[in-house]
Design a binder for this molecule. Structure first.
Ligand SMILES: [Zn+2]
Length: 280
């Protein structure tokens, strides 16, 4: 069973002034329960459905809508395309906690619908293209999100063409894992339950050094009780880095796209040099 593969979730700190705010300072994670009201949740669902009128309640696949600044994964640059942010997002956006040194107010909003039982493969969002703070607002249903400290396996996978743990940004050619990057024991994933209307904020280790994903399952275990998953929606919010800000100097080179591009560049140069030498 999938649940046996998990380690117990680390205990959160509860904000004494606002008990709805849970945090895991060592991981860089914050969960704000009840971030939006049930009315705002209804407006989000209505807004999403009005843009996808063909949305069938029995639909089995994930559906995505994009608002704000778009990002071009093929050129690794921001495109000039900016689509207006709908009012069902801007109505609560000013309440979002922001961190000027971690990207400030997000400018890219991806709204997605996940049918009950569906999952998201574990991945690391690209480091270099987005500001540090990543936000995920859950609505419609709660879900358990699995986090796993990236180890050798993730470093290996991220270097395989088209089988990356990144979002759509696999390197073109496999490259070797740098010596000594990951030596410790591989850790098992743990899950944190994200209730409907909660906001998850990922910074630091959770953002750069852990994969996150959702195991495909019909149920979650919440406080010892089995809870059926329903159709879940999420708004993922990111700040797209301007061209001159693109890059990363995080402490997780094994899963850092900026570092892997440097590795590739270095490997390419070496290859060219050796070819040059042999042709003389
Ligand atoms: Zn990085």
């Amino acid at each position: 069973m999938a649940l046996q593969q998990l380690q117990p979730a680390p205990k959160p700190e509860i904000n004494p002034d606002s008990p709805n705010i849970l945090s895991w300072p060592d991981l860089g994670l914050t969960l704000i329960n009840g971030f939006i009201t049930p009315e705002e949740e209804s407006a989000l669902i209505d807004g999403f459905q009005s843009l996808s009128p063909s949305l069938d309640p029995n639909i089995k696949k994930r559906i995505s809508q994009h608002h704000g600044r778009h990002f071009d994964y093929t050129t690794f640059g921001t495109t000039s395309t900016i689509t207006p942010i709908p009012s069902y997002i801007t109505s609560w956006l000013p309440r979002l906690p922001t961190y000027p040194d971690k990207g400030g107010l997000p400018d890219q909003f991806t709204v997605q619908y996940y049918p009950p039982g569906s999952g998201i493969p574990p991945h690391v969002d690209t480091h270099s293209m987005f500001g540090e703070a990543l936000y995920s607002l859950s609505f419609g249903s709660g879900v358990g999100m699995a986090f796993k400290k990236a180890g050798k396996e993730e470093a290996r996978r991220i270097r395989m063409p088209k089988r990356s743990v990144w979002n759509n940004s696999a390197p073109e050619k496999p490259v070797s894992i740098p010596e000594g990057v990951y030596t410790g024991e591989e850790e098992k994933p743990f899950e944190i339950y994200l209730p409907a209307r909660s906001l998850l904020i990922m910074c630091g280790p959770a953002r750069y050094g852990y994969t996150h994903g959702i195991k495909p399952r019909k149920t979650d275990l919440v406080g010892g009780e089995v809870v059926m998953r329903e159709g879940r929606y999420s708004v993922t919010m990111r700040s797209v880095r301007r061209e001159e800000e693109v890059g990363c100097d995080c402490g997780y080179p094994g899963v850092c796209d900026a570092r892997i591009r440097e590795e590739q560049e270095e490997a390419r140069k070496k290859e060219e040099e050796s070819r040059g030498e042999t042709s003389v």
